[in-house]
Design a protein around this ligand. Structure first.
Ligand code: GDP
Length: 333
């Protein structure tokens, strides 16, 4: 009963919950190793004051998160979320390596824009080209962050020129080449829209993220569709499906249909159940009763769940995934 033509569905009439989640942003950070991603995200977390503001809700956190909390916030192997004023910003981890099978596309498709972090001395490095190229091809908004601006040898103009050339090289559109720039030092905790007016905090960077990266567009009243972008394994919970709730609301305990389109086999559907449901907050997964569309969630209980499957309302089993699998013969730019 599944079909993969969800993208061709007629536009929904007004007043049915179609709109923007102004309280949410989904971003990815593309950075060459050592260009300061961990330090910058640490600083953003620190300044988001989420911990202090949310202490009243911290009892909702999973017990085994104590361990993660102790381990500290410097491990960015997973997704995280920070808060700026009333806005939650999900930071989606991107696989840094060049891979196949649409993994990078699926992860990038969870977000609406990316931060390209570039060292103020070294400039853009070849290893970030692959993910940047994919981001541009998927038409994601790219904000360039010239990082480590405190370095003595910083040459921001040169770095921006090189970055611009890289965009041109990768076939970016005129609009994409007109990228917003923020200068920052995660280390010193400063950021600014121009070098003469650096703020002693991350506010200018936060402002730029909120302004330049569009809020998720959601169909809140539509039946649930969650696209599985990655799968993690937990000793207690088993396979955990991670992805963005594209439409509707996902609920803990909900019976769902899991849909996929298998090449040569057509559409497939099986019934399953959301056993545990989590959203991200700071460096924790937070247990939730329900999560509306636009947000990134982690779900346990879906047996044998695979990347690319769609978790749907059982009444409306429609697969979402339309990403073409890239063959290993395709050259890496
Ligand atoms: P990642 O590999 O991109 O996550 O980079 P890290 O955040 O681990 O930083 C790599 C190195 O650069 C570390 O030695 C940091 O102390 C240093 N570093 C990070 N951010 C800054 C910065 O803003 N300014 C300077 N001068 N050094 C930084």
């Amino acid at each position: 009963i599944c079909n993969a033509a969800a993208a061709e569905a007629p536009p929904a009439p007004a007043g049915d919950g179609v709109g923007e989640r102004q309280d949410l942003r989904n971003i990815a950070i593309i950075a060459h190793v050592d260009h300061g991603k961990t330090t910058l995200v640490d600083k953003l977390l620190l300044q988001s004051k989420v911990f202090r503001d949310n202490q009243a809700t911290s009892d909702r956190m999973m017990d085994n998160n104590d361990l993660e909390r102790e381990r500290g916030i410097t491990i960015l192997a997973k997704n995280t979320a920070i808060r700026y004023k009333d806005i939650k910003i999900n930071i989606i981890d991107t696989p840094g390596h060049a891979d196949f099978g649409g993994e990078v596309e699926r992860v990038l498709n969870m977000c609406d824009g990316v931060l390209l972090l570039v060292d103020s001395v070294e400039g853009p490095m070849p290893q970030t080209r692959f993910v940047l190229r994919k981001s541009l091809a998927l038409n994601k908004k790219v904000v360039v962050v010239v990082n480590k601006i405190d370095r003595e040898a910083a040459r921001p103009d040169w770095v921006i020129d090189r970055t611009f050339e890289l965009f041109m090289d990768l076939g970016a559109s005129d609009e994409q080449c007109d990228f917003p720039v923020v200068y920052a030092s995660g280390f010193s905790g400063i950021s600014g829209h121009d070098l003469k007016n650096m703020a002693p905090d991350m506010d200018p960077l936060f402002q730029t993220i909120v302004k330049e990266i569009q809020p998720p567009v959601v169909k809140q009243d539509a039946p649930l569709q969650m696209l599985v972008a990655s799968v993690e394994y937990d000793n207690f919970l088993g396979r955990i499906a991670i992805g963005r709730v594209m439409n509707g609301t996902i609920k803990k305990g909900q019976q769902v249909a899991v849909c996929s389109v298998v090449e040569g086999e057509g559409a497939k559907t099986r019934m399953s159940k959301v056993v545990e449901l989590y959203a991200y907050d700071q460096f924790n997964k937070v247990s939730m009763e329900e999560v509306p569309s636009g947000d990134i969630v982690a779900v346990s209980g879906i047996q044998d769940v695979k990347i690319g499957e769609t978790i749907c309302a059982k009444e409306a089993p429609v697969a979402l995934d339309t990403i073409k699998v890239e063959e290993p013969t395709v050259s890496m730019v």
